[in-house]
Design a protein around this ligand. Sequence first.
Ligand code: TYM
Length: 375
Amino acid sequence: MVNTDEYVVTPWEVKGNVNYDKLIQEFGTYPITDKIMNKIEKYTKNLHPLLKRKIFFSHRDLDWILKKYELGEKFFLYTGRGPSGQTHLGHLVPWMFTKYLQDTFNVDLYFQITDDEKFLSNSSFSLNKTKNFAYDNILDIIALGFDPKKTFIFLNTEYSKTLYKIAINIAKHITFSTAKSVFGFANHTNIGMSFFPALQAAPCFLPSVKENKNIPCLIPAAIDQDPYWRGIARAVAPKLGYYKPAQIHSKFMPSLSTEGKMSASDPNTAIFTTDAPEIVERKIMQSFTGGRDTIKEQRELGGTPEICPVYHYYEFLFEMNDTKLTEIYNDCRQGHLLCGDNKFNLTEKINLFLTNHQKRREKALNKVEDFILRD
Ligand code: TYM
């Protein structure tokens, strides 16, 4: 499906080469303009590379939330994880950006772990299994360095007493026909899944319910989660008397194959945070690239970084220096940089990052209770 216009983006499936400009129109979101970036720059010494590089490319009401902030009304951040396996590098993209937002604006973060969703959507998963994944994934979240005083992580099954009341208030306003058209539910979908969107929408209003006042919410996530906000949370908010949650959407870190996002469902083309150095090396060395068939051709014609996951990994997470990133781009285009060398350098960078991350993960084992919310 390379170089075709066919793609699918839903919370459960991302396929093909996504046309992000078209997606903005289809989903009815807004591009992040220079004006908005300038506003964010006022609060931070350096604009985050994920913003500068337009990896966070789309939003809803981000300008509104910044205006509120300027007027002294603080927002909170809300993001999450569906614990269906190990954390991969793609998940870290919105989470690292969320940490940047927390540090920049000094705000609370609510982090939902949807162990119920993954239990309901995967017939072979027991609740125990998704809970184990949840606590394993939480180590990655803590390892990123979130502030324990301002970060509240919860599993839906362990915080349901609080969440359920908010969720039924939401669910009462969503008809089955809306849920079907937003999420594509069919007659064979179990009824747990048709209720679940109300639970993913619930944290948008959680701090407002807790503090009994309207508090703006900003959700950083990749754009696959958008249907929950567009179809449910934003539709219901005015009916419940709350602000509509704002969003900032990222693109997908690609898989190591020719197309699609990095996803745990294809473990050979995803890099997990627990992968050993030799596994990372094997996966990167076997990766698809934008290179030519032979060294001679590569030298003469140059490669195509635009379609190359190796280049994109530098762009997303592993080369934060803009000048060096441009050098990689140009050297590849002009045939000075061969794919083997580029892969070797990337492997070193990823392994350095993962060695440190894995140490922080170990330390996180003792910190879990500092972050967890339970009823
Ligand atoms: P999940 O576990 O599929 O994904 C967790 C977060 O990672 C993003 N993501 C990616 N970002 C960049 N590149 C990729 N290749 C990539 N793959 C996944 C997702 O967009 C998400 O932000 N139902 C949700 C859990 C959830 C949630 C939320 C997510 C509950 N509440 C609020 C975001 C915001 C899920 O299964 O995410």
